[in-house]
Design a protein around this ligand. Structure first.
Ligand SMILES: [Zn+2]
Length: 101
């Protein structure tokens, strides 16, 4: 039984909203950027009544979760995975999920 402690391989991806703002997606949860400093950005769950959040570094790498847990289940059915970046660049890629690694 391998320990999963050091194996936090949450899949981080970014969704481009139709307002051209970035949304962070981890494990079916969607986050909006809340505030950022030169080194750390803080992303808050898009569900208003939920105070869960995530910290990323300036390279969009996962740092840690905020202390508050989600108060709801993930909503993966909202996510339409598309790697068609060209569509997004043409401005018709609403909901495109851009995977970055
Ligand atoms: Zn939440």
């Amino acid at each position: 039984m391998p320990s999963s402690d050091a194996d936090q391989t949450s899949t981080i991806s970014f969704l481009i909203s139709n307002k051209k703002t970035r949304l962070l997606v981890i494990d079916g949860y969607i986050y909006q950027q809340n505030k950022s400093t030169a080194k750390v950005s803080y992303w808050l769950c898009e569900i208003e009544l939920c105070n869960a959040g995530v910290y990323l570094n300036s390279d969009d790498q996962f740092l840690k979760y905020a202390e508050n847990p989600h108060t709801h289940i993930p909503v993966p059915e909202r996510l339409e995975i598309s790697q068609d970046v060209d569509k997004y660049l043409e401005g018709v890629g609403v909901g495109s999920l851009l995977l970055i690694y």
